[in-house]
Design a protein around this ligand. Structure first.
Ligand SMILES: *Cc1c(COP(=O)(O)O)cnc(C)c1O
Length: 404
């Protein structure tokens, strides 16, 4: 007798009801027009506070012009894997610029940050090896470590002592790879990279740092937290995305020439995928030019994020002090986060609620991210909206965030 299996429709509707009941159902919101401080959403003009367009480069005329010019000269697609015929002049130019900017021998562009992480970790470690991963690492790093078939040891967030202990326990592993973000995507805090690097080195482990939210924002020329801390030589693999502060699309890995040559051969998410569109490569390169030329963009952004964080804390919100443009307003349950997003939308302000599985249970939050192009008046408007809503939603400073 054939087994009684649910139809696809039955299985998915059961799964969907479960997500709905737990307040975890997600759906898309269509933004009309370019990513900037003001966008149209559902026919209304909305103040946007959840884009990763930190430096305001996604809609910068110079970046847009570079993309348009490259599309005209090189077409809309690389139309092939980079190893076949999809390696084009804009890729080579971008990679040379990236390598110089990051203070590395070489850099390799990937089609997304997700793929860069997947490709690097699986190309570097496998069975018999160990990946040491911060507990708050991005999903792409978690998936990559799992896919590599190496053992995975998760260390407590930013806890170098715990990392040290886990490295000591993994002495039997052939190779050890420590993986952390520089600026954590959902918390906006930064990793103690110098200590992590020293610890990794002491144990003969390699170090990979994902600068998805650090690039453009930290460092004298905006190259990231590794630049700010002068750790080029201590980090074996620097990852970053071109789709956040750099206002384009795609990602990179930077390091030694040996590393990049190995990735070209062995990173499956590089080998078996179409090359980055030439327009994206050219746009990213133009954005890097602006970062280097106008460091005041990032400096102003960080200063204003600090000021807004102070103001939100004064009105009773639970916002950890951070140095990045990401301000997590922690409210606890996912229902509360969604309610607060709705209340802000009524005021024409869009701040996305972040729920499990993106963040741990009980730490749902509004993730408020600033752009260098927000005006003072716009920052004041969001601060006032939070002040008005504070009595309804603020979590007492003493925690109570684990209520679901
Ligand atoms: C966004 C993000 C990625 C993925 O980058 P994409 O280019 O958007 O695929 C990887 N790592 C971290 C830490 C991120 O925040």
């Amino acid at each position: 007798m054939s087994p009684r299996r649910p139809s696809l429709a039955e299985a998915l509707s059961e799964g969907a009801s479960d997500l709905h009941e737990r307040g975890l159902w997600r759906s898309l919101r269509e933004i009309e027009g370019a990513q900037g401080p003001l966008v149209r959403l559902g026919g209304r003009e909305i103040l946007l506070f959840c884009s990763n367009n930190y430096l305001g480069l996604a809609d910068h005329p110079e970046v847009v012009a570079a993309a348009a010019e490259a599309a005209r000269r090189f077409g809309a697609s690389a139309a092939s894997s980079r190893l076949i015929s999809g390696h084009m002049t804009p890729h080579a130019a971008l990679e040379a610029t990236l390598a110089e900017w990051k203070g590395c021998e070489a850099a390799l562009a990937f089609s997304t940050g997700y793929q860069a992480n997947l490709g690097c970790i699986t190309a570097l470690v496998g069975r018999g090896d160990v990946v040491l991963s911060d507990e708050l690492n991005h999903a792409s790093l978690i998936d990559a470590a799992r896919l590599s078939r190496a053992d995975v040891a998760v260390f407590r967030h930013n806890d170098v002592g715990h990392l040290d202990a886990l490295l000591a326990e993994s002495r039997g592993a052939r190779r050890a790879l420590v993986v952390t973000e520089s600026v954590f995507s959902m918390d906006g805090d930064t990793a103690p990279l110098a200590d992590i690097a020293a610890t990794a080195r002491r144990h003969g482990a390699w170090l990979m740092v994902d600068e998805a939210h650090g690039v453009g924002v930290f460092g004298k020329t905006g190259a990231g937290l590794v630049e700010e801390l002068g750790l080029h030589d201590a980090v074996d693999v620097q990852i970053g995305t071109l789709g956040k502060a750099l206002g384009s699309f795609g990602a990179y890995a930077a390091g030694s020439k040996t590393l990049v040559d190995w990735l070209v051969n062995r990173a499956r998410s590089f080998v078996f995928t179409t090359g980055l569109p030439p327009a994206s490569a050219a746009a990213a390169r133009a954005a890097i030019g602006i970062c280097r030329r106008e460091p005041e963009r990032a400096a102003g952004l960080r200063r204003r994020a600090r000021e807004l964080g102070d103001r939100l804390r004064r009105s009773g919100w639970s916002v950890p002090p951070v140095e990045s443009p990401i301000l997590p307003v922690v409210v606890g349950s996912s229902d509360r986060a969604m309610e607060l997003t709705r209340r802000l939308l009524e005021r024409d302000i869009y701040v996305a609620g972040i729920r499990p599985p993106t963040v741990p249970e009980g730490t749902s939050r509004l993730r408020l991210s600033l752009m260098a192009t927000h005006t003072d008046e716009q920052l004041d408007r969001v601060a006032r909206a939070f002040e008005e809503l504070a009595p309804l939603h603020a979590v007492p400073a003493s925690g109570a965030i684990h209520d679901d």
